[in-house]
Design a binder for this molecule. Structure first.
Ligand code: F6R
Length: 366
């Protein structure tokens, strides 16, 4: 059942070209040249007239929600708030009938997310669900939604569900941008063409597996890790850190790279590995400066860069080159090496990667 892989987690990491494609199937219609999403169609006017989107989720799904904040603001020009379901539900939040709540959950059973939905519903908001499990409690509690078609995720650490969520959220942001008139036909078409290439680019990123295993061997005994990224790669930094801590039990923190100088930079010395996601995008130059700041304090830099980058090569101890893609789609590619890095480190430390201590696949208690 593990299809020849040693663990479900590795199998699921390698399934991503397929699960991303499955999550786009019937939605990204390249031949017809349009986008299609059943759950969106019925609520199209709500989405067009919405004044705000509130995303509620937990854990990795919350990170997918953070990516959605960048996507929806960028493409659909709508204000977005991304909330931990556990905080939102107890905060007496301001919710109106013109708000759309997007609830993201792999299992569809997370107690806090479900409670956040019920609260938002009672205030008249429209609830759109993004779930992986068909017929789950959250899927049933929402007004409309779109399933991620990632297939069953067995490994407790979420991998293919995350990229499937980001895929569906990307399609949703593109559709909203089109219907709200904030995305030109040209730009929409460009994004569609690029999105269509993502499974192949993820496939290519997976070829880095051996290289990443070698990097993992260098760092498997360290007590701490820092992950830095900006823009679309900030949520990816958070997700990379979460993956590492939950399966390898190494303490890791993800930060927006520019926040480093407001505190975490104090942690950096010759023993601190710093993973920096530094792909070619609008924040590239700024991230390069952040790398220099880390280097000046002798931090050990592992950089995820765009293929062909020869600037960072001279600054980092290790570079991991991923295929180029449009800025808005970068998380789908840049997260892959971080999943593999945490997997290999955890295996080398003898951890039970599929069932890490203290964690459950679905968190049905608050
Ligand atoms: C991380 C992880 C958890 C879940 C979180 C939400 O790898 O698995 O952080 O993402 O418990 O779960 P769902 O998405 O099922 O609501």
């Amino acid at each position: 059942e593990k299809g020849g892989y040693e663990h479900f987690m590795l199998k699921e990491i390698f399934e991503q070209p397929r699960s991303i494609m499955d999550s786009m199937r019937g939605r990204l219609e390249m031949n017809a040249g349009h986008l299609n999403m059943g759950g969106f169609r019925a609520y199209e006017q709500k989405f067009v007239n919405a004044q705000r989107i509130i995303v509620v989720a937990c854990g990795t799904s919350w990170h997918a929600g953070l990516v959605a904040e960048y996507l929806l603001e960028d493409l659909a020009r709508i204000p977005v708030e991304v909330e931990y379901a556990s905080e939102f539900r107890y905060r007496n939040p301001v919710i109106t009938e013109r708000d759309i709540v997007i609830a993201i959950s792999q299992s569809g059973e997370t107690a806090d997310t479900l409670a956040a939905i019920e609260l938002a519903k009672s205030k008249g908001a429209t609830i759109f669900g993004i779930c992986n499990v068909v017929g789950s409690s959250i899927a049933r509690a929402t007004d409309a939604g779109a399933y991620t078609h990632a297939g069953p995720e067995i490994g407790v650490a979420s991998t293919k569900a995350f990229t499937a969520q980001v895929t569906v959220l990307t399609l949703l942001a593109m559709l909203m941008g089109q219907k709200r008139g904030t995305l030109t036909d040209t730009k929409l078409r460009e994004l569609m063409v690029e999105l269509d290439t993502i499974p192949a680019k993820v496939e290519k990123a997976l070829l880095l597996d051996d290289e990443i295993r070698a990097i993992a061997a260098t760092f498997c005994d360290v007590p701490n890790f820092l992950y830095l990224g900006r823009g679309y790669n900030f949520p990816v930094a958070l997700e990379g850190a979460l993956k590492l801590k939950e399966i390898s039990y190494i303490h890791a923190e993800g930060y927006p790279a520019a926040e480093m100088k407001h505190g975490p930079i104090a942690l950096i010395d010759e023993n601190m590995p710093v993973v920096v996601i530094a792909t070619r995008d609008s924040s590239y130059e700024k991230v390069v400066s952040n790398i220099q700041e880390v280097k000046a304090r002798k931090g050990r830099i592992i950089a995820v860069v765009t293929e062909g980058d020869d600037v960072i090569r001279d600054m980092a101890e290790f570079v991991i080159e991923v295929p180029y893609t449009s800025e808005a789609l970068v998380p789908l590619v840049s997260v892959i090496p971080l999943q593999l890095l945490s997997y290999h480190i955890a295996v080398m430390r003898g951890c039970n990667v599929d069932q890490p201590r203290n964690l459950a696949k679905s968190v049905t208690v608050e």
